[in-house]
Design a protein around this ligand. Structure first.
Ligand SMILES: *Cc1c(COP(=O)(O)O)cnc(C)c1O
Ligand SMILES: [Zn+2]
Length: 415
């Protein structure tokens, strides 16, 4: 049974059949998947979900696919870790980290790609592709490899080596574009039309985007079917952020929650903060950033497709969208690692640094139930902490040398 009815324009509400298209022909508004919530409500239940395998597909009724997904690829249902040590440092007593560093390709992008490739195959596409700020490239390449689909990933040429190798290893064609993400995204739109390739974040975007919702579904389930008071999420194109709003509403629509009033906060890096900047001005139109400049490259989208809708969502859910400096990002990466044992990438640093600001300002009160979304793994962005975490002792292979070093550093030696 299909639970997805149509695509619908977010501007004029015109309905479109379920095809590989993402923009309204009348006003260029973005298309979004619509579900038959009344039908889903009849069949879905907490118990039914609990009995399913621990992947994002436990919420398949709320994902726009007909079936045929990769059952054995362990995407999603990542740990929701109670974060008491970090909470103590930030003055929060009820803090959780949704740890998406442990997906198959080490970022939350495996969720959106799992939905995108299932749909691309359903539509009969033979080539799978994406425009990437880094993590998407790895997720697309790995999924393409599993399905035996040729894969092309387009990335800005200045990306971290970990992101490039982390895609190339799966056998994908890597296209390094000498330009910004926004420039290569425009190029990819043209290629998608000319070659009839499935670009997961362009012509397949309405399906792709729905995969993000599973971060919220899982968090609520893992909290024992309780809606958190706050979710803090990073913003690149704004897709993940806006889908947190859709997901929380859907949980009520289909009867998995009686009500919810979760405040959803957004996090950006100062070097590319078009959405946070508009939020600070109190406006819903943002000024694109032409030359993003931040260590948080995975979030460096200067002209975010869902920027306007992110600002609308923040208004609707009493959310705050903040930006933080590169130094704050790196400090937050170290804080999260040294308190909770989670080595997040720069985007995780952005989320935790914004969480810290919101706690300090009292936007998030001490006892509020809070979930911070940590969306990527630090092993892929090691250059961000280069020279910032050098704590090694260099010694000769002797006890004398070892003890001398400890003494020099004021560490006690054994009696
Ligand atoms: C892509 C990405 C995001 C969010 O991207 P949106 O385009 O806003 O959905 C967040 N964190 C990481 C690590 C990412 O790679
Ligand atoms: Zn329209």
């Amino acid at each position: 049974m299909s639970t997805t009815q149509t695509l619908r324009c977010r501007e004029c509400s015109r309905a479109y059949p379920l095809r590989a298209t993402h923009i309204c022909e009348f006003d260029f508004g973005p298309l979004e998947a619509q579900f038959d919530y009344a039908a889903i409500r009849e069949t879905i239940s907490r118990d039914a979900i609990a009995a399913r395998p621990p992947t994002l597909w436990r919420y398949h009724e709320l994902l726009p696919v007909e079936g045929g997904w990769d059952e054995t690829w362990p995407v999603g249902f990542t740990p929701l870790q109670r974060a008491d040590n970090l909470g103590e440092r930030l003055g929060l007593s009820n803090l959780y980290v949704k740890n998406d560093t442990v997906n198959p390709t080490y970022s939350f992008k495996d969720r959106v790609v799992a939905v995108a490739i299932t749909k691309a195959r359903e539509f009969g596409f033979e080539t799978f592709a994406c425009a990437s700020t880094g993590n998407l490239a790895g997720a697309v390449s790995a999924a393409g490899a599993r399905h035996g689909m040729p894969t092309y990933v387009f990335m800005p040429a200045d990306l971290e080596v970990g992101k490039i190798r982390g895609a190339a290893v799966y056998g994908a064609g890597i296209v390094a574009v000498d330009g910004t993400y926004d420039e290569l995204n425009r190029l990819c739109s043209e290629i998608a039309d000319l070659y009839s390739w499935a670009f997961c974040n362009i012509n397949i975007r309405p399906y792709y985007a729905e995969g993000s919702k599973t971060l919220a579904f899982e968090s609520v389930e893992q909290l024992g079917w309780v809606a958190p008071d706050h979710i803090v999420a990073p913003i690149a194109s704004g897709s993940l952020y806006t889908k947190m709003g859709k997901a929380m509403k859907e949980l009520v629509e289909v009867g998995l929650l009686d009500s919810q009033s979760t405040r959803i906060h957004g996090a950006q890096a100062d070097g590319c903060a078009p959405v946070a900047e508009a939020f600070a001005r109190g406006q819903t139109t943002y000024r694109p950033v032409r030359q993003p400049d931040t260590v948080a490259k995975s979030l460096a989208i200067g002209n975010p497709a869902d920027g306007f809708y992110s600002l609308k969502l923040a208004q609707g859910v009493d959310g705050v969208i903040e930006a933080v400096t590169d130094d704050e990002i790196v400090d937050a990466m170290r804080l999260l690692a040294s308190t909770e044992g989670i080595f997040a990438e720069t985007a995780g640093g952005v989320t935790i640094a914004v969480l810290a600001k919101l706690a300090e300002r009292g936007v998030i009160a001490r006892d509020d139930l809070t979930v911070a979304l940590v969306t990527g793994n630090g092993l892929k962005t090691q250059e961000a902490i280069d020279g910032r975490v050098d704590a090694r002792f260099e010694i000769r292979p002797s006890i004398t040398s070892f003890e001398q070093t400890l003494a020099d550093r004021g560490v006690l030696t054994p009696a």
